[in-house]
Design a protein around this ligand. Structure first.
Ligand code: 1GP
Length: 240
């Protein structure tokens, strides 16, 4: 296990549930420096950088914060040498081999060459509404009414040696992951469960933390509503 994963696990052990902030630097013109400073002071555990990230944007984030920077790639082009770690993930409920293993095979030599810390993660797209990730990733979405199906996939991920499971409702999802699904998945697993997509309020974050989420990811909120709501979410989670 590498240092970033160890720091996430130790923060989870200490706090119960941590906050991860997903950043698209293109959407923070002129505000990136202040946003990173805010996130660090509130106690966000790490910055996730999504998309087909260019080296320049990751480098810029690294210059502006001491928080670990973890890549959250949507394909081989999302591997940057300037990050600390990468969620090395497979979209387990995709119907396309591309998202299951082909993109990973293409990106793996770069992860090795850049000496990035790979953090093996099983990624599951869940929920009742169509989101960009479910269409692009050709996901057979697991509906909130089937928590036992999500738990079966998640358990398979754990048995395959993945060290985190991410329940993804999709960026900007109307409804965040259902707490009953989080409860079922986290109680069946011994590895941490990350939950993201559509989380907008401290109450939602608190409920997910109480249901057993080890990490909550927010992205759109900071971009669209500024620092206030994210600050409330991070502090609500610390209290939960
Ligand atoms: C997307 O789960 C993340 O991968 C974050 O979603 O943008 O809705 O916060 P939001």
């Amino acid at each position: 296990m590498g240092p970033v994963e160890a720091s996430l696990l130790s923060a989870i052990k200490e706090r119960g549930c941590i906050h991860l902030s997903l950043i698209d630097p293109e959407k923070f013109p002129g505000r990136l420096s202040k946003s990173l400073e805010d996130l660090e002071s509130w106690g966000t555990a790490a910055i996730m950088v999504g998309g087909s990230t260019l080296d320049g944007t990751v480098k810029k984030i690294k210059e502006l914060t001491d928080l670990p920077v973890i890549l959250f790639p949507n394909g081989p082009a999302g591997v940057s040498r300037f990050a600390d770690a990468i969620f090395f993930m497979s979209l387990l409920n995709s119907s396309s081999p591309r998202f299951l293993i082909l993109a990973q095979a293409k990106g793996a030599p770069s992860v090795k060459r850049f000496k990035l810390e790979p953090i093996p993660l099983g990624y599951l797209v869940v929920g009742d509404s169509k989101t960009a990730v479910s269409s692009v990733g050709r996901a057979n979405r697991i509906p909130y009414s089937k928590p036992e199906l999500a738990a079966a996939y998640a358990l398979a991920a754990q048995y395959l040696g993945m060290r985190f499971v991410y329940l993804e409702a999709g960026s900007g999802a109307e409804h965040p992951v259902d707490t009953s699904m989080v409860e079922k998945v986290s109680s069946d697993l011994t590895i941490p469960v990350i939950v993201g997509g559509g989380i907008r309020t401290p109450d939602q974050a608190r409920a997910l933390a109480k249901a057993g989420a080890s990490a909550i990811v927010t992205g759109t909120l900071l971009e669209q509503q500024g620092p206030g709501p994210v600050k409330s979410i991070v502090s609500a989670m610390r209290r939960a």
